[in-house]
Structure formats: structure tokens, C-alpha cells
Design a protein around this ligand. Structure first.
Ligand code: IMP
Length: 447
């Protein structure tokens, strides 16, 4: 399996980290190709929990190369925090490589993300406020700062000045907002605060801070596309790990309620620097039900006790922001769309154990538009999707604890039939099933 792409098939948080960690056993290199520290993967190994936002899930195999590809946007402060955290737990990070072409999330991107969301008010996207959108916007505007710029103070200073130049108006508005906030603070607090410029926006401080980050990251900075080619050309296996998921894709997701990058399989080529012919397998990861964080359409969303139980049983709170996730039934209309868009050839269904004891299991098999039309495929028009209602097939549920099942045959018939229905409907085999958080709690299905 030389070039393997792993993508989220729903709205994120499908448990990609765990599946990547499993598949990484057979790989020499694991590459993240988009997104930033808006992502969060939790991997549980031997009862110990590891949380990552930026570092690829493969880092738990110190002998393998973990790559942050050019398509990622990287907050150096966050990355260094993760590196330090891993070192503290005794994990060797010397094989971490960072693309010199990856863009940096700068302090003003984080501020602008929050300001943008506040300005949108009721129309806000519910971003993670980590500066993702503004950073990708600067990349497209050719005003971005790249990892390689950390190694040249003169260039860094010039580029920061240029990037800030175009943001003066927005940043001025932010200062006004801050001043207002300070006025509401106690007199003593505001007097001292008022005197201080926002240290995060002072060019000199920013340059100094970032040159320092550059010194620390330098041993990891590399031409990562070339590293991928070398590994693939020598017949090694490379895993391309997507963050977020298909329905959050900037082009193909539920725009504008999406992230600012392309988490679909095709984007692995751009975000890592490989060609389409380098991809041999595409894995889609889906939860046995559906969740979404932030705003945007979610046809199978539940607002009842079953939805609450999914939150409780599935611990559905964001790894990055701690926000409660919205929950709902498995949406096979959306999943079939994701399967085709990514041309998946294998599915991993995670968190099947969470469905225990919920009674009948519903899966959406079509939508109905406001006007009564039957919609068999995922509607491309935003207004239709927003008002579409799902129509369900009810499948038998199960009450058994499946956390100890290790083979397909150990699963209750209802659970097996549920997986069979999904595979049949979307036309792709389910080859891995998660029955609990630990990496051992996985069933591999030969097909
Ligand atoms: P942003 O990526 O921070 O700009 O947020 C845009 C949208 O993507 C929001 O609805 C976020 O909640 C969502 N989002 C971003 N990253 C993740 C993730 O890793 N899992 C789930 N949702 C995410």
C-alpha cells in the first residue's frame, strides 16, 4: 500500500487519529497535508491518552518520519508546545519534518479570526478561532509568512510589515474594541493596559519571537515533498493524513460553514507535493453516527434524549475547543457523497460501541426538499440542503457491550447488519471498526 490517504467522511472528529495510528504500523512516513491547530486528534495507547493538534498521529512511532506538509498552516508557538509536551513524556521527535513552504499562523491571524466571527454575529461560522481562515487568506493573497522565512530576519521583518500594512483598518477596529473592553474593566486595570500596545502586534517583538521559534524549529525544517518522493520511489508506504473532513471542505463542503482548506483526498497531492498516481488507496473514516461542531446544516441532527446520550456515551466534546458537539443519526446520503468525492476504497467506522442501548438505529437514506421532492443525492444548493429533511431506514439496535469484541463474528447480529447496510448503501467495504477508544479496541474485517 504505497500511497495511502486517510480522510474524514463527515464533519470531522471521526477518530482519524486512531485509524492513522493503526495503519501507520505498516508505513515509513506519515504526512499531514492541510489544516492547522483547528484539528485535534486523541490517541489512546495502553490506557494513556495523547492529544495532538498539529503533529501527525505517526509521531508515536519515533522510527518513522512524521511530516507537516506544505498545505498545513502552522502556529509555531502551538507546535513548539506540542514538541515540548511529547519530549516530556519521553517521545523522541527527532524524525519530525516540517515543510519550509508551510504557512505560519501569525498572532494577527488569531485576532482577526475572532474579530471576524464577532463581526458576523448571528451569521458566524463557529470557527475554532485559531486563525485558520485569515492565514489561508493571506496565503492566497501572497502576503503569507512561510516556515522558511523564520530563518532570515530581514525577510521576516519585511514580510510581517507588508502583511500588517493591509490589515491596518481591521486592526484599528480591533484596538477600538479592546479599548472599549478596557473601559469596562476596573480603573486600575485599564490604566495600565491602556499604556501598553498589544505586544502581539508590535513588529519588533513579533520578529524577535519568531526568529527564536526559527532557531528551535530549524533542525526539523526540510523539503518535505522530496522526502515523500524518496520514500515512495523506494517502495515505502506513505500515509497522507487529512484533518477536518469532507463536509468541511472549502470547495465541496457546506460552504460557508466550512474550514478554509481542502480536507478531501485530492488535496493530498497539493498539500504534500505528490501526483495523483502516487495515491493507491483512500480510506474514509466515519463515526457510526454523526457529529458536527460549529454552525451549519446538519440534516440528521437530533435535539432529543438520544442526541444527549450520544454526547454522553461518545464524550462528544471538542479536543481543541472543548465545545459540545452536535449529534445525530448516520447520514448515508452525505456519506455516499463523501465516498464518491474522495473515491474511497475502504471505510473505517468508529465508535460503534456508542450506539449501544439506543433502541432502533436510524440511518438517513434520502432527503426530502421543502417542496416535497425526493433527493437521493447530496444537494449542491445551499438553500435546499438547509431545508431538507432526512428520511430514515430503521435498523435493529443492540444492547450488548461490544468493547471486548475483536473479530467481526464477536459482534451482535444487529451491529453486523448495521455495518453491512452502510457498506452496501455506499458501495465500499467497511474494513475497520472501532469498538472503544483504545487502539486494541478495533476489529479488522477482510473483504
Ligand atoms: P476553522 O477551521 O477554525 O476556520 O473553523 C471552521 C469550521 O470548521 C467550524 O465549524 C469548526 O467548528 C470546524 N472545524 C475546524 N476544525 C475542526 C475539527 O478538527 N473537527 C471538527 N470541526 C472542525
Amino acid at each position: 500500500m504505497p500511497g495511502v490517504v486517510i480522510v474524514g467522511a463527515q464533519w470531522g472528529d471521526e477518530g482519524k487519529g486512531k485509524i492513522t495510528d493503526l495503519l501507520a504500523e505498516q508505513a515509513g512516513m506519515i504526512v499531514r497535508f492541510q489544516g492547522g491547530n483547528n484539528a485535534g486528534h486523541t490517541i489512546v495507547r495502553g490506557g494513556k491518552e495523547f492529544k495532538f493538534h498539529l503533529i501527525p498521529s505517526g509521531i508515536l512511532y519515533p522510527e518513522k518520519t512524521s511530516v507537516i506538509g506544505n498545505g498545513v498552516v502552522l502556529d509555531p508557538r502551538v507546535l513548539l508546545g506540542e514538541i515540548d509536551g511529547l519530549k516530556r513524556t519521553g517521545i523522541d521527535v527527532s524524525n519530525l519534518r516540517i515543510s519550509a513552504n508551510a504557512h505560519l499562523i501569525m498572532p494577527y491571524h488569531v485576532l482577526l479570526d475572532t474579530a471576524g466571527e464577532t463581526k458576523l454575529g448571528k451569521l458566524s461560522i463557529g470557527t475554532t478561532r485559531r486563525g485558520i481562515g485569515p492565514c489561508y487568506a493571506d496565503k492566497a493573497l501572497r502576503l503569507g509568512i512561510r516556515v522558511q522565512d523564520l530563518l532570515d530576519e530581514k525577510i521576516l521583518r519585511t514580510k510581517i510589515r507588508a502583511a500588517l500594512g493591509s490589515k491596518q483598518q481591521a486592526l484599528r477596529e480591533l484596538s477600538v474594541q479592546r479599548r472599549k473592553l478596557r473601559k469596562e474593566a476596573s480603573e486600575e486595570e485599564s490604566a495600565t493596559l491602556e499604556e501598553m500596545p498589544d505586544p502581539r502586534l508590535d513588529v519588533h517583538t513579533m520578529v524577535e519571537e519568531h526568529i527564536n521559534y526559527g532557531h528551535r524549529l530549524e533542525p526539523h525544517i526540510a523539503d518535505t515533498a522530496r522526502l515523500c518522493w524518496d520514500e515512495l520511489d523506494r517502495g515505502g508506504t506513505v500515509i497522507f493524513e487529512g484533518a477536518q473532513a469532507t463536509l468541511l471542505d472549502l470547495d465541496h463542503g457546506t460552504y460557508p460553514f466550512v474550514t478554509s482548506s481542502n480536507p478531501i483526498a485530492g488535496a493530498a497531492c497539493v498539500g504534500a507535493g505528490i501526483g495523483p498516481a502516487d495515491i493507491d488507496q483512500v480510506w474514509g473514516i466515519a463515526k457510526a453516527y454523526a457529529t458536527r461542531v460549529g454552525a451549519g446544516p446538519f440534516p440528521t441532527e437530533l435535539h432529543d434524549e438520544i442526541g444527549e446520550r450520544m454526547v454522553d456515551q461518545g464524550h462528544e466534546f471538542g479536543t481543541t475547543t472543548g465545545r459540545r458537539r452536535r449529534t445525530g443519526w448516520m447520514d448515508l446520503v452525505a456519506l455516499r457523497y463523501a465516498v464518491r468525492l474522495n473515491r474511497m476504497d475502504s471505510l473505517a467506522i468508529t465508535k460503534l460501541d456508542v450506539l449501544r442501548g439506543l433502541g432502533s438505529l436510524r440511518v438517513a437514506v434520502r432527503y426530502r426538499s421543502k417542496e416535497g421532492a425526493v433527493l437521493d443525492s447530496f444537494p449542491y444548493h445551499q438553500s435546499i440542503l438547509h431545508s431538507a429533511t432526512p428520511e430514515y431506514e430503521d435498523l435493529p439496535g443492540f444492547d450488548e457491550d461490544i468493547g471486548g469484541c475483536r473479530e467481526e463474528g464477536d459482534l451482535p447480529t444487529a451491529a453486523r447488519d448495521y455495518l453491512g447496510f452502510i457498506a452496501e448503501f455506499v458501495g465500499v467495504p467497511v474494513r475497520l471498526v472501532g469498538v472503544g477508544p483504545d487502539r486494541d479496541q478495533t476489529i479488522s474485517i477482510d473483504s
